[in-house]
Design a protein around this ligand. Sequence first.
Ligand SMILES: [Zn+2]
Ligand SMILES: [Zn+2]
Length: 358
Amino acid sequence: MSGKDFYKVLGVEKSASQDDVKRAFRKLAHEHHPDKGGKEEKFKEINEAYQVLGDEQKRKQYDQFGSAAFDGSGGGNPFGGGNPFGGAGGFDFSGAGFEDLGDILGGMFGGGGRQQREPKGEDLEVGIRLKFSEAVFGVEKEIPLTKHSKCPRCAGTAAEPGTKMKSCATCDGKGFRVTMQRTMLGAMQMKTACAECHGRGEKPEKDCTECHGKGAVHGRTTVRVDIPAGVDDCMSVRVRGEGESIGAQGEPGDLYLRLRVEPDARFTRDGFTIYVTKNIGFTQAALGDTIDVDTVDGKVEVKIPQGTQSGDELRLRGKGVPNNRGRGDQIVIVKVITPTKLDKRMQELLKEMNLREK
Ligand SMILES: [Zn+2]
Ligand SMILES: [Zn+2]
């Protein structure tokens, strides 16, 4: 799978402890901090890697899906660009970005403020049910939603097609106004977005007749989403830009899919490993046999070795759940069933064998 190797960025082994990851990050962040002459690009990269590896849950998801799962920008990753998630989106579990840097480094460098966020539409959340095999192999879903979407007539610009934009008179085209506010720390200059043009600095000469100058329309729509292979019950998938649209006023919100995976009577799953239990007879266990076993790829033949004990586990390599290192395994747990109905001849034969543990 493509994408950045966050472990390499931080210079730690895949097996490194959370403490090791934190130590490596602190050391590198000091070395490459832009205030100390470091390159911002490099610093950003280090931060990006730590946002993921520094969080145990995100690190687990990264190990499974690679950096694609965390790259919302869309370039050159399997979930962005072209892109199975539709719209402007990539696929992102994290929500954490560069703007959180101030929080992380605040204590270290005594500062690093938070940027004022652009106005953004509301996030939406829907529950999605997946079959066991859909979670294993991934699936494309069409999700019906009633929400505000970008106006198709004006493409979200709020201007009637064919008309121009004009400079906003209220803010002189600056998009903001400056006010002085008294705070505990003294007088501070505050920039506020111009309410007339919503911070754009320009307004349509004529409002779009479809959305009445909002840039967004409310209605039913369908969002097509590719759920990637290997997702699991209770995971949440973020689809960028498919939440509520606020048209020309700012970015749309995101859509969160809460995944529920239906159980399958044949399989249970723990991470990338799939488990099945197979009952075999007493003779099969003692002498060995070949049996049919269900896998997510269909039935396969499995050899039961001579002298198999109840509870023995047989490993089927590569028959488990896909992840960014290939596929997990399937484990067959063998249960030996002791016969309960024996006819006379069988009873005699068993007595003759006299199989006793010493
Ligand atoms: Zn419109
Ligand atoms: Zn304005």
